[in-house]
Design a protein around this ligand. Structure first.
Ligand code: SAM
Length: 174
């Protein structure tokens, strides 16, 4: 079980990037997504994507980050450019345990560096929470996220040219 906890979400400023954190978490294999600030729009977007494309990733917004962390049974990773290198972190992590991945928005309060079993960097340059979640999950799952199958109304058939989508027993090509 893999969960992603997005802290410091500001609904007005971060709507798009937090939506992308949630979409990437879902697509790269996270089972649940927690966002500390209530945001109905992001919940609706993720539910709509799950309805159309399948999967059962859950999303909860407006939750207490401290409560999620306190009640977590498993390992906790905090993604930060100051953390341990990705390759060293991979050998530290026990894949048999549940994993909570914390990502920040602007300034991450210092206590989150202590809550984590390990602070992990995806390179030591500042970039983006979206990229950090994607690269971390790609490495953590050893790319197994790509093999995951979904049971939605729409299924995309990989295609060199154009768009091929299977939708409710109907195949459409564009
Ligand atoms: N200045 C902020 C701080 O004090 O941590 C970071 C802001 S950054 C735009 C937002 C989030 O992206 C961070 O909290 C972290 O989770 C993630 N992030 C950015 N660069 C990263 C990196 N190189 N490695 C891991 N995570 C990173």
């Amino acid at each position: 079980m893999i969960s992603v906890l997005r802290i410091g979400h500001r609904p007005f400023r971060d709507k798009r990037i937090t939506t992308h954190v949630a979409l990437v978490a879902r697509a790269f294999g996270a089972d649940s997504i927690y966002i500390d600030t209530h945001d109905e729009k992001i919940e609706e977007t993720i539910h709509a994507v799950c309805n159309r494309f399948g999967g059962n990733s859950s999303i909860q917004t407006g939750i207490s980050a401290n409560r999620i962390i306190k009640e977590w049974h498993g390992q906790i990773v905090h993604l930060t450019m100051y953390g341990e290198t990705l390759s060293k972190a991979m050998s530290f992590l026990d894949r048999k345990q549940d994993l909570l991945i914390i990502v920040g928005a602007e300034k991450v309060p210092p206590q989150y560096y202590d809550f984590a079993d390990i602070n992990v960097s995806v390179g030591n340059q500042p970039h983006s929470e979206v990229a950090a979640v994607a690269v971390f999950l790609d490495r953590y799952t050893s790319q197994a996220w790509q093999e995951k199958t979904y049971d939605g109304d729409m299924k995309i058939i990989p295609s060199k040219h154009g768009k091929k989508v299977v939708s409710n027993d109907r195949s459409t090509q564009h």
